[in-house]
Write a protein that binds this ligand. Structure first.
Ligand SMILES: [Fe+2]
Length: 180
């Protein structure tokens, strides 16, 4: 999916990430190209490949107030040498254009250094949603500096759930968020 200047993502997708990876795996398995192409993909292509995928979640006993409730999940920024603050800003712009009810951030904000936590959190302060922004830490955050990453996010107004729960009041019903 491409990004438009002032609207939601367009449908100009030529090939999905999944298809690309399937094709790529076939090529890589074919020989020595793996040693050259894999690092190029990992550092130059994949970090900038933003793709919006939509998933309907069907729950038979979902309260009516939550029917059509939209959640945007953003994950694995890995801000660092291969992902810039501008890359995170692009994700934020795309997310805000989706006008989600809720935004959840599922970890890996930094890449191997705590010094990336503040710049990452600074970009994420621009996220908008009706019911707030919630986060959990990822394995890379935990390996690097969990307390510093969590503090940066909290300072940016993001609620970090570390083995915690939080309930949201939505149209007279209650939605529980569990962060592990
Ligand atoms: Fe990750």
């Amino acid at each position: 999916m491409g990004e438009t200047a002032n609207g939601p993502p367009t449908e100009r997708r030529i090939v999905s990430r999944r298809t690309f990876l399937r094709l790529g795996c076939g090529i890589l398995l074919s020989g020595a190209a793996a040693s050259v192409l894999a690092p190029v993909y990992a550092t130059r292509i994949e970090p900038r490949w933003l793709e919006v995928t939509r998933q309907d979640i069907l729950l038979p006993d979902l309260p009516e107030a939550l029917d059509g409730f939209t959640i945007v999940q953003l994950s694995d920024f890995h801000l660092g040498p291969h992902v810039s603050a501008e890359d995170v800003r692009r994700s934020v712009r795309i997310t805000n254009a989706l006008e989600a009810d809720l935004v959840v951030l599922t970890g890996d904000f930094v890449y191997r250094s705590a010094r990336y936590s503040t710049p990452c959190a600074r970009e994420l302060t621009s996220l908008q949603s009706r019911y707030g922004i919630y986060a959990v830490l990822g394995n890379h955050d935990v390996w690097t500096a969990p307390d510093e990453v969590a503090a940066s996010l909290t300072e940016a107004g993001i609620v970090v759930l570390r083995n915690e729960r939080q309930s949201l009041e939505v149209g007279g019903t209650r939605l529980w968020l569990l962060g592990i």
